[in-house]
Design a protein around this ligand. Sequence first.
Ligand code: FNR
Length: 367
Amino acid sequence: RMPSLAACYNLMDFEAVARQVMKKTAWAYYSSGADDEITMRENHAAFHKIWFRPRILVDVENIDMSTTMLGTKCSIPFYVTATALGKLGNPEGEVVLTRAAHQHDVVQMIPTLASCSFDEIVDAKQGDQVQWLQLYVNKDREITRKIVAHAEKRGCKGLFITVDAPQLGRREKDMRSKFSDAGSNVQAGDGGVDRSQGAARAISSFIDPALSWKDIPWFQSITKMPIVLKGVQCVEDVLRAVEAGVDGVVLSNHGGRQLETARSGIEVLAEVMPALRERGWENKIEVFVDGGVRRATDILKALCLGAKGVGIGRPFLYAMSAYGLDGVDRAMQLLKDEMEMNMRLIGAARIEDLNPSLLDTRALLGG
Ligand code: FNR
């Protein structure tokens, strides 16, 4: 029996329902991580190694959780990150996420490998709603150039180039469940689809493993959208990204679906921000984090450390698969309610009030 939506009190509850009601293939694709899923579990577990140092007697009557990301205003510092194949979980696919994002004034990142076409997802946008494009770079750069130019023309406000997937990770749950039809749109260009390898590998053969730092100036020459590297995993590469003049980085391990035993994004953030501050570079680049964000306390920890915003992936897929638009709507509202309460309890009325002194990171950094 399907639990009622009102019985979902947090983002983990949607996962439990989705696991019961989703088709096996879809569940396998969404929930899988690489190899033994150690990184996937660590993504959330790492947040538990950070403790709060709240401040008392701060006026927290009025909480303002609005902020900006890449220069655009949003109601709360999280965005719907790019996750491929939305129609595996819901027949309407990614446009469901678009509608929920609109209701909550939240940014949506559109995946290259969406089930809906790119134009369908942009057409579902309302008012001055903001969308970004997640890009898998094609071996045929002319295809990539066209995708980027089209996204810019259709009003996308950020280009997120995925840099942690020169080859798709080994997701064994997904591989065991044979992929037949994920309703993927072909415009990403496939060819040579091998359906015996699970959904992920079947659709990803066009991605260019030769992509390198040398390509960054080319991207800067073909678009005016801010460029963000998605999947950066150490301080050296963040510093290099600043030197390359990119506008942002997402500290991410792709939800634990790529390199197994890669570190969590939040741990990398704790390494990155002091190095940026030391150089006076903290305003040269916007730093985002994703992976394992399930609670507003997770969002707050990332922001205290210095992130501009966080990406959330699976929870919205699960909410959409189990309950459609109402599910995603409730998931976002739950996060907003948690955020308001926890900002009060921390003693921070505005996003600008969040800073490292509100955290005790000894357990995270101490080894
Ligand atoms: C992803 N992710 C991803 N990233 C990307 O750059 N391009 C993509 O096509 C996809 N596809 C995708 C599918 C599914 C089912 C998942 C779960 C994830 C990674 C995603 O953007 C993000 O990094 C993680 O999902 C964040 O972790 P959580 O929030 O899922 O724990």
